[in-house]
Design a protein around this ligand. Structure first.
Ligand code: FAD
Ligand code: NAD
Length: 468
C-alpha cells in the first residue's frame, strides 16, 4: 500500500491549493478526485465558465447596444452563435484544468482519479471508474469535497428545463423567458448572461432585496441598473411551486401581501444556494463529526474532531468562495507543517461579476448598526470620474465606512466597472488597518476607476471629496 504524508480528497480550489502547498513544504502528497478533470466546481462548472460566458455576452451586448455610441457602425447584423460561445467557454475550462495537470506534475503530487472514502482515520479507498479499487495510507487527510446546488423540497430539477447553474452553463438555445429562483450571485450573474443574449429574465427572490447578504446600498444600485436593462426582479416573493409540461415551465409564488402570482417561461434556473457535499465519503468509518448544517465540523485550525483529519472550503462553515477555499488550503498545509498561519475571515472579499460589478470587503452598514459601532460614511459616484465618462460606465459608487473615532476603515462597498479588481486595494488597506485618511493621501493614477476609492476616502475623512 502506498503511504503518503497527506491525502487530499477533492481537487477544487481548496484541495488543489492544499496539495501544492503541502508539496512545497516537502510532504509526500496525494490528491484524489472523482471526476476525470481537476479543479472542482470552480474550474469546471463555476467561477471560470460563468466568467467566460459573462465576458462573451458582454461583448455581444456592447456590439448591439453601445458600439454606435463610440462611433462604430456595424454593416449587417450582429448575431449570437450560442454553440460557438459555449464551445469557447469549454475551451477556456479545458485549458485551465489542463494547467492544473501540469501543476500537479511539476509539484510531484500523485493524482488518483476515483471516489475517495474513508476506511479508517488513516486509510482511504479509491473506487475507480473501471470498477477497481486502491487503498492508500496517509498520516494526514484533508477533506475538500466542496458543495452541490441546493434545491427547494417541492422542485423537481429535471436538468432540461428546470435547471441548476451546471446546466445553465451549457444551454443549446437562448431561452425565451428564463425564470430565476433566487436573486443571489448565481441567479444574477447567469440571469444577466441570458438577458444580454436576448432572453426575457425574471428573478424571483424571497428576501426584500437582491444580493441580500451584501450592503443594502449595493442591492439598491444593482436593482436600478437591472431595471434599466429590463431584467425583472420580484423581491419578497416566496416560491411555492415550479412545474413543467413539455417545453413550458410554470412558477407560482406568494407575495408578502398574500397575493399569488404565476409566471410562465421555457426555462427555470434554480439558484437558492449550495449545500456541502459529503456523500460517499464514509466519514463514520473515520469518526469525523458533522455540524447541524450538514457541514464537516472543524475548529479554528480547520481540524475535525479526529486529530489527523482537516476539512476546508465549501464543505465547512463560512462563505462558499473559491478564494476562501484557497486560503484554507494553504492554511491547513502550513498548520500540518507546524507553522502558525492566520486567516482574517472578515477580509475575504465578496464579488458579483455582473456589469456593473459589485465587490465588498469588511462590514456592511447593516452589520455595523447591529454591532452598535459608531461609523462615518464616504461615498463617491462613478459618474463623477473622467475615466467612467471615457468608457461610458457611469453606474455605481464607492462607499467607505470608517470608525467615527479612529478613522479605521471598517468596510468598503463598490459597485461599478471593474469593482472586482478595485476591491483588492481595499483588502490591502484593511489588512494593514489603514484609516480612511491613509487611503486619501495615497496617489491614485489618473484617469482610473480607482480614483473613486481615494475620493470616497476623502469624503469619509473630512467630507472633502475633490471632484464632487
Ligand atoms: P469544489 O470546487 O466544489 O471541489 C470539490 C471537489 O471534490 C470536486 O471536484 C468533487 O468532484 C470532488 N469530490 C467530492 N467528493 C469526492 C470524493 N469522495 N472523492 C473524490 N473527489 C470528491 N466562487 C468565487 O470565489 N468566485 C466566483 O466567481 C464563483 N463563481 C461561481 C459560479 C458558479 C456557477 C458556481 C456554482 C460557483 C461559483 N463560485 C465562485 C463558488 C466556488 O466555485 C466554490 O466556492 C469553490 O469551488 C469551492 O471550492 P472547494 O475546493 O471547497 O470545492
Ligand atoms: P446565494 O446564497 O448567493 O443566493 C441564493 C438566493 O436565493 C438568496 O438571495 C436567497 O434569499 C434566495 N432564496 C432562497 N430560498 C428562496 C426561495 N424559496 N425563493 C426565492 N428565493 C430564495 O446562492 P447562489 O446564487 O445559489 O450561489 C451559491 C454559492 O455559490 C454562493 O454561496 C456563492 O458564494 C457562490 N458563488 C459565488 C460567485 C461569486 O463569487 N461571484 C458566483 C456564483 C456562486
Amino acid at each position: 500500500m502506498t503511504k503518503f504524508d497527506v491525502a487530499i480528497i477533492g481537487s477544487g480550489p481548496g484541495g488543489y491549493v492544499a496539495a501544492i502547498r503541502c508539496a512545497q513544504l516537502g510532504m509526500k502528497t496525494a490528491l484524489i478526485e472523482k471526476y476525470s478533470t481537476l479543479g472542482g466546481t470552480c474550474l469546471n462548472v463555476g467561477c471560470i465558465p460563468s466568467k467566460a460566458l459573462l465576458d462573451s455576452s458582454h461583448h455581444y451586448e456592447d456590439a448591439v447596444k453601445h458600439f454606435g455610441e463610440h462611433g462604430i457602425d456595424i454593416d449587417g447584423t450582429v448575431k449570437v452563435n450560442l454553440e460557438k460561445m459555449i464551445a469557447r467557454k469549454q475551451a477556456v475550462v479545458n485549458q485551465t484544468t489542463a494547467g492544473l495537470d501540469f501543476l500537479m506534475k511539476k509539484n510531484d503530487i500523485t493524482v488518483f482519479e476515483g471516489m475517495g472514502s474513508f476506511l479508517n482515520k488513516n486509510n482511504v479507498a479509491i473506487a475507480k471508474a473501471d470498477g477497481s479499487s486502491e487503498t492508500i495510507e496517509a498520516k494526514h487527510v484533508i477533506i475538500a469535497t466542496g458543495s452541490k446546488p441546493n434545491n427547494l423540497p417541492f422542485i423537481d430539477i429535471d436538468k432540461e428545463r428546470i435547471i441548476t447553474s451546471t446546466e445553465a452553463l451549457k444551454l443549446k438555445e437562448v431561452p425565451k423567458h428564463m425564470i430565476v429562483v433566487g436573486g443571489g450571485v448565481i441567479g444574477l450573474e447567469l440571469g444577466q448572461v441570458y438577458s444580454r443574449l436576448g432572453a426575457e429574465v425574471t428573478v424571483v427572490e424571497y428576501m426584500d432585496r437582491i444580493i441580500p447578504t451584501m450592503d443594502s446600498g449595493l442591492s439598491k444600485e444593482l436593482g436600478k441598473v437591472f431595471k434599466k436593462s429590463k431584467i425583472k426582479i420580484l423581491t419578497s416573493h416566496q416560491v411555492t411551486a415550479v412545474t413543467r409540461q413539455n417545453d413550458v415551465v410554470k412558477l407560482k409564488a406568494t407575495e408578502k401581501t398574500g397575493k399569488e402570482i404565476e409566471l410562465t417561461g421555457d426555462y427555470c434556473l434554480v439558484s437558492v444556494g449550495r449545500k456541502p457535499y459529503t456523500e460517499g465519503l464514509n466519514l463514520e468509518a473515520a469518526g469525523v463529526g458533522m455540524d447541524e448544517h450538514g457541514r464537516v465540523a472543524v475548529n479554528v485550525h480547520l481540524q475535525t474532531n479526529v486529530d489527523n483529519i482537516y476539512a476546508i472550503g465549501d464543505v465547512v462553515q463560512g462563505a462558499m468562495l473559491a478564494h476562501k477555499a484557497e486560503e484554507e488550503g494553504a492554511f491547513v498545509a502550513e498548520t500540518i507543517a507546524g507553522q502558525k498561519p492566520h486567516i482574517d475571515y472578515n477580509l475575504i472579499p465578496n464579488v458579483v461579476y455582473t456589469w456593473p460589478e459589485v465587490a465588498a470587503v469588511g462590514k456592511t452598514e447593516e452589520q455595523l448598526k447591529v454591532e452598535g459601532v459608531d461609523y462615518k460614511t464616504g461615498q463617491f459616484p462613478m459618474r463623477a470620474l473622467g475615466r467612467s465618462r471615457a468608457s461610458n460606465d457611469l453606474d455605481g459608487f464607492v462607499k467607505i465606512l470608517a470608525d467615527s473615532t479612529t478613522d479605521e476603515v471598517l468596510g468598503v462597498h463598490i459597485i461599478g466597472a471593474r469593482a472586482a479588481d478595485l476591491i483588492a486595494e481595499a483588502v490591502v488597506a484593511m489588512e494593514f488597518r489603514a484609516s480612511a485618511e491613509d487611503i486619501s493621501r495615497m496617489s491614485h493614477a489618473h484617469p482610473t476607476f480607482a480614483e473613486a476609492i481615494k475620493e470616497a476616502a476623502l469624503a469619509a475623512t473630512e467630507n472633502r471629496a475633490l471632484h464632487m
